[in-house]
Design a protein around this ligand. Sequence first.
Ligand code: B12
Length: 214
Amino acid sequence: MAIALEELATAIIKGQKALGVGLTRQAIEEGLGPQAIISDGLIAGMAVVGQKFKANEFYVPEVLIAARVMKECMTLIKPLMADAGVKPLGTVVVGTVKGDLHDIGKNLVAMMLQGNGFDVVDLGVDVSPEQFIASAKANRADIMVLSALLTTTMPSMKLTVDALQEAGMRNGIKVMVGGAPVTQGFADEIKADGYAPDAASAVDLAKLLMGVAA
Ligand code: B12
């Protein structure tokens, strides 16, 4: 029987890894294109997860589990994307800024962006301005996503924005900042392009910065 992609979306929402991977495999075998599997299965599922997270119906563990299922499914689909000419919404370089080792929130943001159609390059934690810039250059990034959880590492965000400016790359790349101590006021102060308070809003912001309807 032909697979209904809503079932795949539901498997993502419920965090059912074996089912999600099985349905993805089945969809590929049935000849469904990667675009349809991603849009109507994975992204549809992660969109619901994001809404539930915003509405406090889901908490961090549920989002992490759903995002992991999505990631597993994506590894099956990724090789087919280039062949089918599927274009990501944009390329984002993600990292926790220099001096900061907190990565739970950053990982959530990265996974939600990936689940919503962005190509994500995750640089990990303790990322220096130079590393951000080198990666943005190498990957032709559209957006830089900076995370900080310590008031003492927030200045690293400013240093990264300044370094981007000095490298002559500021006009071509949008900068998003976030993390518990970060505010819209701070984002404005350091001349970032945007701030969002959580992973679901980060996806909306990234789409806005790319000029895609959220
Ligand atoms: C877990 C944790 C740790 C773990 C980190 C493990 C890991 N792998 O991440 C460990 C034990 C290593 C740790 C170490 C330290 N920690 Co700590 N830690 C925490 C804790 C308990 C939870 C943070 C967390 O993961 N929250 C959950 C995630 C999901 O939330 P989030 O990160 O805010 O992310 C969300 C949003 O902010 C947003 N977001 C995040 N990034 C981005 C980026 C963009 C662009 C956007 C748009 C959105 C966005 O989306 C996310 C999802 O919705 C907090 C306290 C707390 N309750 O917040 C303290 C806390 C952050 N830690 C603190 C401190 C002081 C430290 C240490 C200095 C302790 C010490 N003396 O050694 C060290 C610093 C180490 C270092 N150099 O980084 C303080 C920071 C105080 C401050 N304001 O500066 C806190 C607030 C605890 C406290 N009340 O004192 N910590």
